[in-house]
Design a protein around this ligand. Structure first.
Ligand code: ADP
Ligand code: ZN
Ligand code: ZN
Length: 750
């Protein structure tokens, strides 16, 4: 027997206010409300978007009198499937963010207002397909067409026009021109549902023995159903993507949905291409450049169950994938899974939670798993599946140290500038590689020309007036630039304090590019960093050109370290391994190890073996030493021990409370005040909650704002609840000129 529907409802409103509210349910809406459904409710003096959550018990009579009724139901079905409502509830609670705002923020545009939702037309999709005649050479003088065709080729030769247009502005016009040239065919297609049509072109005939075992183990668990978390730890080039693809095939066969989270779609057109060519149009591709209309269409297709597979960046964690069978997080260690504004979630952690709530399998894949995930695997909380070899028995690249203390001694001639960053060893190796017509990647984790400029006489450096960081020299823009606020200023000819000569110290990608161009004048060189690849168009073009081997050398920041699969690359040079080691962040070592290992993994993925040269002043440092030994396990064990000793995550839970304002006095006063509140509300010492600070943040000023922070550490999140509740209550009373954010499980400490 169903109980009679309650005339009272718990509702979250889409406003930045905490808590759930009770409304009365008018008789005509009784029995029609579904959890997660969008409704319209009066709130304060206006009406607002709300979400029905659950039936509420009968409140006391004096409260009932004051209750206001739900005005109306906006869509016949709930916007979210129940597991996503549960997930958002968990996230709002865990990350301390208003539930209604969290629900609203997870919706696609078009559904975020208190009106009837828009409906996207989804019947016919126009696809562009590259024809055999398509070549890029004749297009060099038509850069827009060039970029468009490059994209199409990079994703496997066929993609919806809308998707290309998101990546490349103006693509629609260009596709028409390309069609007129006979390079591209435009095909209208009814969105046909059901898996595997026109697919299979890229399916390898056989799995490697290790892939075979991995797929068998994971498939068994998938078939059994229920929550099952796994770490897929596979060395670079071991074919993790193929494992994901097989699991997704299986999930779809079982009639279940699949969700694949990837770090950045613009950087991984190959991965997208593999999903696209395997699953055709049955993929909802959710990237950050998506247009509103398209985002809404994908949402509605998933919600209706006509598309069951979503591939997307971190925000795809909310995608309404129906009947979820599997969640995959590719490159799970990647920092981009952490959202750094509004609801500050970690999508990888939520992926595990979502799988748990949906009773699904979750696979976290990486060559360099985060310590959080590694710890869970070694404690047996996650199953562990390992790929130790590359596909086709290709060897791992050789790893060699270039000790800069020996290769780059300072001499009287080097006064006034730093000696060149390309050591003789690097030059020789690059020359040999180019002679063999193979490709080179040079990695340096810093943009610009030189990292900072100091006076040779008095030592003064040029800093940003608004931020507490040194300015970086950008040669191409002929200016100094702040990497935090973007402010540019001219390069001083002499020291502003003593008129002494200025010395350029440190290096950036721009300077390396110049040095390489000097040393190898005939080589075709491109630079991949946020300055050079300022648009998705340029980025795709550059990656595609490198893949087609129209470039010999790619110089770049961590953008070159992502999961690229360029078979022509046989030499990877790390220009300065130490550059990120000294950052005042407890994860600096881990991050360095990951980056170096990932970038090294770009070498030797084709038939020719790879070689990696690592330049360092500090080769004894654990992240560099262990990377050179290719010893992930040992690095992680040692790093975990260090974290235990110092009580850092993942062996401790941490929350950062960040305070900033235009006024240093105000920031400091509020920081101290909140610290007092925290102190007064710490649980008994036996619960192990500790407070650090208040103290200036490692970067004490950004964009003219003074920043302080307060850190709480505890064995569990629950131990901190009361303290955080008290801080939140105190935050509500603060002047609006100060901003306080609570960052639960913070990723970066800068
Ligand atoms: P990872 O993500 O583990 O670094 P990828 O998934 O990019 O590795 O695979 C590396 C390369 O090996 C890709 O070019 C992929 O197409 C190829 N590959 C994967 N599995 C197989 C297989 N079983 N047989 C042949 N080639 C494969
Ligand atoms: Zn000076
Ligand atoms: Zn600045």
């Amino acid at each position: 027997m169903d109980e009679a529907p309650s005339p009272f409802a718990f509702v979250a409103v889409g406003r930045p206010v905490r808590g759930e509210f009770t409304y009365s349910v008018p008789p005509e809406l009784l029995g029609q409300l579904k959890p997660g459904q969008r409704i319209r409710v009066p709130f304060g003096r206006s009406v607002t978007l709300g979400f029905y959550l659950a039936p509420a018990p009968q409140p006391p009579p004096e409260v009932v009198k004051k209750l206001r009724p739900i005005e109306r139901i906006l869509d016949p079905e709930a916007a979210f499937p129940p597991d996503v409502v549960e997930l958002i509830r968990f996230a709002a609670n865990h990350y301390r963010y208003p539930l209604g705002e969290a629900l609203r923020g997870a919706l696609p545009p078009g559904l975020t207002k208190a009106d009837d939702g828009k409906t996207a037309k989804a019947d016919v999709t126009v696809f562009a397909r590259s024809l055999p005649a398509a070549t890029l050479e004749p297009l060099t003088r038509a850069p827009a067409q060039h970029a468009t065709l490059s994209y199409l080729l990079a994703v496997g030769g066929r993609a919806p026009v809308e998707e290309i247009a998101h990546a490349i502005p103006g693509a629609k016009e260009n596709l028409k021109k390309l069609a007129a040239r006979g390079f591209v065919a435009l095909e209208e297609e009814k969105v046909v549902h059901g898996i595997r049509e026109g697919l299979q072109q890229s399916r390898p005939d056989a799995l490697t023995p290790e892939q075979e075992i991995a797929v068998a183990t994971l498939t068994k668990s998938l078939d059994a159903g229920g929550f099952a978390p796994f770490l897929l730890h596979g060395v670079t080039g071991s074919g993790k993507t193929e494992v994901y693809l097989r699991l997704v095939e299986r999930a779809l066969e079982l009639g279940k949905g699949a969700l694949i989270l990837v770090p950045e779609i613009a950087l991984t057109p190959q991965l997208v291409g593999r999903f696209r060519s395997r699953f055709g149009q049955n993929v909802a591709l959710l990237h950050s450049a998506l247009k509103d209309r398209e985002r809404l269409r994908h949402w509605q297709e998933l919600r209706a169950g006509t598309v069951k597979l979503a591939v997307g960046v971190r925000s795809a964690i909310w995608a309404p994938v129906p009947n979820l069978g599997i969640v995959v997080v590719d490159e799970e260690h990647d920092p981009s899974f952490k959202q750094e504004e509004k609801l500050r979630y970690q999508a990888r952690d939520l992926a595990v939670m979502r799988a748990k709530q949906a009773g699904a399998m979750v696979v976290l894949g990486s060559a360099t798993p985060s310590l959080e995930t590694w710890e869970n695997a070694r404690k047996g909380r996650y199953g562990l599946v390992t790929l130790t070899k590359r596909v086709d028995d290709r060897p791992m690249p050789t790893l060699e140290l270039v000790d800069l203390r020996l290769e780059r001694p300072r001499t009287p001639e080097t006064r006034g500038t730093e000696p060149p960053m390309l050591s003789p060893t690097l030059r020789t190796a690059i020359g040999q590689t180019l002679d063999k017509k193979q490709q080179v990647i040079l990695f340096l984790n810093r943009r610009g020309h030189s990292t900072f400029i100091v006076c040779e006489v008095c030592g003064q450096s040029i800093r940003c007036e608004d931020c507490d960081v040194c300015l970086t020299h950008h040669l191409s823009a002929r200016q100094l630039q702040c990497h935090y606020c973007g402010r540019g200023s001219p390069v001083p000819k002499a020291c502003p304090s003593c008129s002494g000569p200025m010395l350029e110290l440190g290096v950036g990608t721009e300077r390396i590019e110049a040095e390489v161009a000097d040393a190898f004048p005939t080589a075709r060189i491109a630079r991949l960093d946020r300055d050079a690849a300022s648009s998705a168009e340029k980025l795709t073009d550059m990656l595609a050109a490198f893949a087609r081997r129209e470039l010999d050398i790619l110089v770049g920041t961590q953008m070159v370290a992502k999961g690229h699969d360029f078979p022509g690359v046989t030499l990877v040079c790390v220009v300065m391994a130490d550059s990120a080691l000294t950052l005042p962040d407890f994860r600096a070592g881990e991050r360095t190890f990951h980056l170096l290992t990932q970038v090294a993994g770009r070498a030797g993925r084709g038939k020719d073996p790879g070689r990696v040269l690592v330049q360092s002043y500090n080769p004894e440092a654990a992240p560099i030493a262990r990377m050179l030994q290719n010893d992930y396990a040992r690095f992680s064990e040692e790093e975990l021990r260090r974290r235990v000793q110092l009580a850092w995550p993942p062996t401790t839970r941490m929350v950062a409370i960040r305070i900033d304002s235009e006024s240093a006095d105000l920031t400091i006063r509020v920081a101290k005040q909140l610290a007092k509140v925290a102190e007064r509300n710490l649980p008994p010492p036996s619960r192990g909650v500790r407070m650090l600070g208040p103290a200036p943040a490692p970067i004490a000023r950004i964009k003219g704002k003074t920043r302080w922070q307060l850190v709480l550490k505890a064995p569990t999140h629950t131990a901190m609840f009361r303290t955080l509740d008290a801080i939140e209550a105190a935050m509500a009373e603060l002047p609006s000129a100060v901003r306080v954010v609570i960052d639960v499980d913070p990723a970066a400490m800068l």
